[in-house]
Design a protein around this ligand. Structure first.
Ligand code: AGP
Length: 618
């Protein structure tokens, strides 16, 4: 989703801003722009619809200037276009702004600004909600306020979450940043005689590992020597920066054609790293360290609710299954965006677990707020991003150790989230006395096989490619699974939609005959997940019903399963796994099928159209 960068220092700002924006491309965007200010107050604002290379081509010769801000936009209000791209300036041209988030009341603010000066009602330059922000700041400045005071007054008028970077044309020595709510973060990066702003750490990667994350409600004044943060009703202060660990090699694509493929192949490592030290066998323990909720607190829990969105919701569905099976406690899952606007009954004594690889998904953050405000229930977050907003809202965090995930489609963070949920189920089961030493050891030993299950699944890439080549032109897929494999069917369908742009539906196989079967014919392929678990026979019946409608069947089951292979048109054998572990065996195959279909279709796999890596708007 939208990305923000900023720079103030001695170097030429333009190339630094562009490079920072390139590092945020993975978030997904449809247009981009930079604004650069030179020491004499000469302002250059350059914006383009399309990719950053289009912006670069339009810029030609980089404008001079050692201060600037830049943005990649993911359209919410107004089509992707040059004029809707950020930065946006006030009508005077003095105040220049880039913005992440949504100004929910922008219509009434526009009306307010127009009504204030009816004699020269502003002709708005864009269809965006953002454009009211520079205008509001300029209005406050005209009333004699300082820039910080003007930003503060502006924030007070905005409804919804916003992250803003800005500057004033008259002052090329400073850039400003402000944060209201959870519209993604703003990070201040500390260089040597130069300073940076970014919505995400990767943009700062080549420059600095010393950062400060702006908190909700803070406004930062940044010059080449440092930053001063202004909080409401407190004196300004120099914030305490911290060091972050970002391995530059990990964000490079290496020998892989796409980040998604690289990240699919990194899954065994991501899993091992996430599990390391958290699944001990002698004596057995799960998540024993680094976990802020005590056994007493876990013992008092009577129900667990797991929430998330998209791929994280599918992980949550599997987590629900494990918490019930392993910890023996009532558990449920929910779509965070729906949950937050209901009045659900989640008690008594609930524990809420949010799954969000980015830690910045607005729907999930909103649901966490809902839990805190309405029930004050203990909350755990499972996330791949240390210091993300979700970690600040939760009482305890389980940090994945997957490394940066650049592809928009979540892959390694999915299996990482699964491992964390499994460990959590073991920890709760142990705290509640459901698992004795022997049972806990057995469960953990099973989890320790997960990296090799995924590793062996990756060896099936060639087979997935062959099968994908037969279905490059397919317009639809139905993906069927049962039990713990049903969420994997949904994840398979999501991956087909996201990167292959193929309409696909993931269904519980038992549901097929209640409607979807009407769709089936020779042109409607069905992917059936059918490992030899307790529901295998039921899956075989469903496959028979599909075949009877002459729909082609791609069956994914245990390796060497001749019965399944015979029934299917295509068969992929995955390593046999314990019944609770089959998600790990199946996941690489469904990811690789979607990947190879997208590849054969020549699609933009790492940055699929209309999608964003981190969804910071509702
Ligand atoms: C997954 O491939 C998608 N990019 C998307 O569904 C994602 O899982 C969802 O937006 C939730 O993101 P989060 O894990 O960062 O909260």
């Amino acid at each position: 989703m939208c990305g923000i960068v900023g720079y103030v220092g001695q170097q030429s700002a333009g190339p630094i801003l562009l490079e920072g924006l390139q590092r945020l491309e993975y978030r997904g965007y449809d247009s981009s722009g930079i604004a650069v200010l030179d020491r004499d107050g000469a302002l250059s604002v350059l914006k383009r619809q399309g990719k950053l290379r289009d912006l670069e081509a339009a810029i030609g010769v980089m404008p001079p200037g050692a201060a600037g801000i830049g943005h990649t936009r993911w359209a919410t209000h107004g089509t992707p276009s040059d004029r809707n791209a950020h930065p946006h300036a006030s009508s005077s041209g003095d105040v220049v702004v880039v913005h992440n988030g949504i100004v929910e009341n922008y219509r009434s603010l526009k009306a307010l600004l127009d009504a204030a000066k009816p004699e020269r009602a502003r002709s708005w330059q864009s269809e965006t909600d953002t454009e009211v922000i520079p205008e509001l700041i300029a209005r406050e400045l005209n009333q004699g306020r300082s820039f910080v005071e003007a930003m503060r007054a502006c924030l007070g008028l905005l409804h919804g979450a916003s992250a803003i970077a800005a500057f004033h044309r008259a002052d090329p020595s400073r850039i400003y940043a402000a944060r209201k709510g959870s519209a993604g973060g703003i990070v201040i990066g500390y260089g040597d005689g130069e300073m940076y702003l970014a919505s995400d750490l990767p943009a700062l990667l080549p420059h600095t590992a010393t950062v400060y994350h702006l908190e909700d409600g803070e406004i930062a004044v940044v010059d080449s020597q440092g930053a001063v943060v202004h909080r409401v009703n407190q004196p300004p202060l120099r914030p305490v920066s911290r060091q972050v660990d970002l391995d530059p090699v990990a964000v490079a694509r290496g020998p892989y054609r796409h980040f998604m493929l690289k990240e699919i192949h990194e899954q065994p490592r991501a899993l091992s790293d996430t599990i390391r030290g958290r699944a001990r066998l002698d004596p057995p323990s799960a998540l024993a360290d680094e976990f802020e909720l005590s056994d007493d607190q876990l013992r008092s829990v009577e129900r667990v609710l797991v929430i998330g969105m998209g791929t994280s919701l599918h992980a949550a569905m599997i987590g629900r299954w494990w918490i019930e099976q392993i910890a023996g406690i009532p558990a449920d899952f929910d779509n965070a965006s729906e949950f937050r606007f209901r009045a659900p009954v989640i008690g008594p004594s609930p524990l809420v677990v949010s799954v969000t690889q980015s830690g910045e998904t607005i729907d999930t953050l909103g649901a966490m707020d809902h839990v805190r405000d309405r029930w004050g229930a203990p909350q755990i977050v499972i996330t791949n991003v240390e210091g993300s907003e979700a970690t600040r809202k939760a009482d305890a965090s389980i940090l994945l150790r997957c490394g940066p995930e650049v592809g928009v489609a979540s892959t390694k963070t999915f299996v990482g989230s699964l491992a964390a949920l499994y460990l959590l189920a073991c920890r709760i089961g142990r705290a509640r006395g459901v698992l004795d030493d022997g049972e806990l050891t057995e469960r953990l030993e099973q989890l320790l096989t997960a990296p090799s299950l995924v590793e062996r699944g990756l060896e099936l890439s060639k087979r997935c490619k062959e099968i994908a080549s037969s279905y490059t032109g397919a317009a639809n897929f139905l993906v069927l699974g049962r039990g713990i494999e049903h969420p994997i069917a949904m994840e398979a369908a999501l991956k087909c939609k996201e990167i292959s742009y193929v309409h696909a539906e993931g269904y519980a196989a038992g549901e097929m005959k209640h409607g979807p079967i009407a769709l089936l014919d020779q042109q409607f392929p069905v992917i059936a997940l059918a490992t030899r678990g307790p529901l295998f026979d039921k899956m075989m019946s469903a496959i028979q019903q599909v075949s009877a409608r002459q729909a082609p069947v791609i069956a994914i089951g245990d390796e060497g399963d001749a019965e399944l292979a015979e029934l299917a048109d295509h068969y992929i054998g995955v390593p046999p796994a314990n019944d609770l572990l089959t998600p790990f065996a199946l996941t690489p195959v469904i990811q690789l099928l979607a990947y190879h279909i997208a590849l054969a279709r020549g699609l933009d796999i790492d940055q699929p159209r209309n999608l964003a890596k981190t969804v910071t708007v509702e």
